[in-house]
Design a binder for this molecule. Structure first.
Ligand SMILES: [Zn+2]
Length: 481
């Protein structure tokens, strides 16, 4: 470990600086010291095997800049994220060097050479790790009766690496060069790397205790029924797709409250409750032409599909909410409760609820990638089966007129971020004294986030207060909202 010559980071490693992403050789480190003894390391002669990455610069540039591989169009370079292409080109501009692929270590994958030629040598982790993708696919195929080669070889393979920006060089330059050098494997079609996610304004750090681990989150939110989806949604909604992002507890609560509960949850609950109220829970019969209404939802659904395919997950999340908003607005404008007051047999009531149910069905499909725990519950409400892998293509699963929805319990409790004392471990150490003293754990229960107030002494930390029982988004009592 030592000081990075590029950015001055004090804890750079001998192969890479995790702060600026620069690949380093141990000799480039300033003031290097052993992480075990703290002493300066001593240079000794040894033998290593190298991968001639330098020989691959020519085709790599053409592949990354133009998407051309072996004279053929391999991918559309415009679909790659700018920061990914930018980082690759800066590597190529800097000149590729042969890279040592062996290490003198007593653990790791032994170099597979006969005899004692490579005794005591193991493969460098970044040489064997991506090969592990292939081995694990082979193992998976073996266990599931699939053909692993169909996933790795041939022109129709779509290999996509989902990674963070610190791994771009390995997935866009080193591994593709290895695959190309071998000759039989498909190269990645896209590497939609994310940038970094910070936590309440600072970098996550295990050593400083800044951050929250998954199991701590699950424990803290144990009594919150939608904990998995709430976190997953917030992480997607705020994904560092093209620039660094910051995870904040107050935004987390807002995403849940304003989007999942007040928008999506509200729409689903209103439609289901109104169907129950006016049609005994049976999908109403309507001969009205609903083409225009459903066409608008369909346009949004197609946009969402394109966004998913372009790895624009944040945008797709927002489109999902647009569809739900569209549904809420439609329902509000049609106001079946007002129509029912005038004339309970008004055919527009059935028309409105039939169209609304179709939109709920559509949402139950489209929300699957974002809130996979909740999606099957919405579908169960409509008497539809949970989606299986690969079913997402079935975008518009229309409900048959006259069928009976299944279970009619509320599919989720729209209230309920219930952690009164959730805070990242080490929050105090990180410069927020008083955070824990000022927090008195209160009863866990289910409630609506009525107020998320700042804890005294903790600038960012919000305390979610249980305020009142889960509110019902009223649907049938006349006011309609
Ligand atoms: Zn650096």
């Amino acid at each position: 470990m030592g000081i990075c010559p590029k950015c001055g980071h004090k804890e750079a490693y001998g192969d890479q600086c995790e702060n600026c992403g620069t690949a380093l050789s141990p000799l480039e480190l300033i003031e290097p010291q052993s992480m075990l003894s703290g002493k300066p390391p001593v240079l000794r002669p040894t033998k290593h095997w190298y991968f001639r990455l330098d020989k691959h610069a020519g085709w790599l540039r053409e592949w990354i800049e133009k998407g051309i591989l072996d004279g053929k169009q391999h991918h559309d370079p415009d679909q790659w994220k700018k920061h990914v292409v930018g980082q690759c080109l800066s590597w190529l501009d800097g000149g590729l060097q042969p890279r040592a692929i062996t290490r003198d270590l007593d653990w790791g994958i032994p170099v597979p050479l006969p005899g004692d030629e490579a005794k005591g040598k193991v493969l460098y982790v970044w040489f064997d790790a991506p090969i592990g993708y292939i081995s694990s696919a082979k193992q998976w195929a073996l266990e599931n009766g699939k053909d692993w080669e169909a996933y790795w070889k041939g022109d129709d393979v779509d290999l996509i690496h989902f990674i963070g920006k610190d791994n771009i060089v390995f997935h866009c330059i080193v591994f593709p060069a290895m695959l190309k050098a071998h000759g039989e494997y498909a190269l990645p079609r896209n590497v939609p790397a994310n940038q970094f996610l910070n936590f309440e304004g600072q970098k996550f750090s295990k050593s400083r205790g800044w951050g929250i681990e998954q199991h701590d989150y699950l424990e803290e939110f144990a009594s919150f029924p939608n904990k998995e989806d709430a976190l997953r949604y917030a992480l997607i909604r705020n994904m560092p797709e093209n620039k660094d992002a910051d995870f904040k507890w107050d935004e987390f609560a807002d995403f849940y409250d304003k989007e999942l509960a007040d928008n999506l949850g509200n729409f689903v609950n209103r439609v289901v409750v109104l169907t129950e109220k006016y049609f005994g829970g049976i999908v109403p019969d309507s001969n009205a032409d609903l083409g225009d209404i459903l066409a608008e939802a369909d346009v949004l659904a197609r946009r969402l599909t394109r966004e998913l395919e372009a790895f624009s997950f944040k945008a797709a999340c927002q489109t999902l909410m647009e569809i739900s908003s569209f549904g809420n607005t439609y329902l509000q404008d049609a106001a079946p409760w007002a129509l029912a007051k005038e004339n309970p047999d008004d055919p527009r009531i059935a028309e409105c609820l039939f169209a609304s149910l179709q939109m709920v069905a559509l949402l139950s499909v489209l929300c699957q990638p974002f809130i996979p725990f909740t999606a099957p519950r919405i579908r169960a409400l409509l008497g539809l089966e949970a989606l299986k892998d690969g079913d997402l293509a079935e975008v518009l699963s229309r409900l048959e007129r006259g069928t009976s929805p299944g279970a009619r319990e509320p599919y989720w409790d729209p209230g309920g971020v219930v952690s009164q004392n959730l805070r990242p471990k080490g929050y105090q150490q990180a410069g927020n004294p008083g955070a824990s003293e000022s927090q008195t754990p209160s009863d866990h229960g289910t409630g609506t986030i009525q107020a998320a107030r700042a804890v005294q002494g903790a600038r960012r930390l919000r305390r979610f207060c249980q305020a009142r029982p889960a509110h019902r988004h009223d649907t049938g009592s006349g006011e309609g909202a």
